[in-house]
Design a protein around this ligand. Sequence first.
Ligand code: ADQ
Length: 508
Amino acid sequence: SRRSGGRPMKQRLLVVANRLPVSAVRRGEDSWSLEISAGGLVSALLGVKDVDAKWIGWAGVSVPDEVGQRALTKALAEKRCIPVFLDEEIVHQYYNGYCNNILWPLFHYLGLPQEDRLATTRSFQSQFDAYKRANQMFADVVNQHYQEGDVVWCHDYHLMFLPKCLKEYNSKMKVGWFLHTPFPSSEIHRTLPSRSELLRSVLAADLVGFHTYDYARHFVSACTRILGLEGTPEGVEDQGRLTRVAAFPIGIDSDRFKRALELPAVKEHINELTHRFAGRKDCEYLMMIIVILSETLSSKVMLGVDRLDMIKGIPQKILAFEKFLEENPSWRDKVVLLQIAVPTRTDVPEYQKLTSQVHEIVGRINGRFGTLTAVPIHHLDRSLDFHALCALYAVTDVALVTSLRDGMNLVSYEFVACQGSKKGVLILSEFAGAAQSLGAGALLVNPWNITEVAASIGYALNMSPDEREKRHRHNYAHVTTHTAQDWAETFVSELNDTVVEAQLRTRQ
Ligand code: ADQ
């Protein structure tokens, strides 16, 4: 490795993702205020040993003028971030169009858009052209900052064209690509008009990673069936060059949750939630939840926390809860479902439709089973701050994760990490990647089968303390030993090894 003044220098890691982990607000012509979003990915990557990480991505705002761009670049540099500037038209066609309207639903088995869904943007081909242009812009920025020996780690479905662009700049660049969503069956992928070009571009990377072995297998099948290449136990081979393909299940920074539960403010929140009294509150949303829970003193708490997205199966979850109430009148005033749904992609018509659909179902059920003083479902369209979220996870009896498809699903991990003392039950969709790691502790369900989910709710609420303890122990051990930091370290070290092995192979 490189040395500086006799000491080995840390390897530089360039993390390339569509969005930088910051929110940027313009305060004046040349001044910006930045807030780092402390997500799991950020702490995972900051925690990687012997690596010096920098982020490259879009800051989420349009900055047409040079003065603004220069000022933002300078402010971001202090946060170890490098911006890619995308204009509004590109964002519309690449991000709203190709990424969110085509790849996201397709990779979650929701199919390609019908003509009416394409009508809001231009044609499929022009969206794909914008996607490629945007990926090339990311590649230009990476190339400007790249130094020999750096590791470049590209993230997610937004940047499938990036590995190819990077290798065209420099075939020696160490390039890894990781997909956070599922990779669908090759029969689904082959419906995509740009199916081959995307696969070929991803294959330019040295290492390609997925959350589960199944997604990796689907990807290899797509390469063999659509491109006619050879799949090997190691990955995909094309004219003697191997692209390594493997599973790297992500985790969370479980210590961050454990530490949060020890903070006096969070302990106080937990106490307030447990005893259901409304004292001094510094968090408006938590206050609201405490008031909600105080209405139902002896209730069990069921919790759903999702982005409001069709893949999360929120309507199906609420319908299953309705069926449970229908069939179990004695539970009607003893259980409350709290569904926290953060609105995302609010300008997309499908998402607006989903919001009204959920509101309508919740209204109907509350009308049916509510009383003058209490309703069975509380649906909040908002995000919760980290400490309130931890407190809520900690007091929950049953968490309901009913994604129709989900790459992994970190909410299920976060719930388990916060359940040290309560040992609540996790009801988990078998179509979430997490089912493969938490399956032995969770109650697995098919979210489309409302009868089955309703029965699982009953089973979870009546579960014996012994069974709860046993199931929780399994999941807790997994969540606290397979952390986000391990995930990132394993991927980076595997990428380094893959490149060394490839060099050895070409020398032989
Ligand atoms: P997401 O689809 O965003 O991620 P998930 O893995 O559950 O799904 O992560 C969501 C994150 O947002 C969690 O950290 C959660 O705490 C937070 N969050 C969700 N709702 C919230 C709310 N109402 N208030 C506050 N915070 C909230 C994508 C893929 C997943 C994959 C991850 C990581 O779709 O399948 O697990 O990337 O690879």
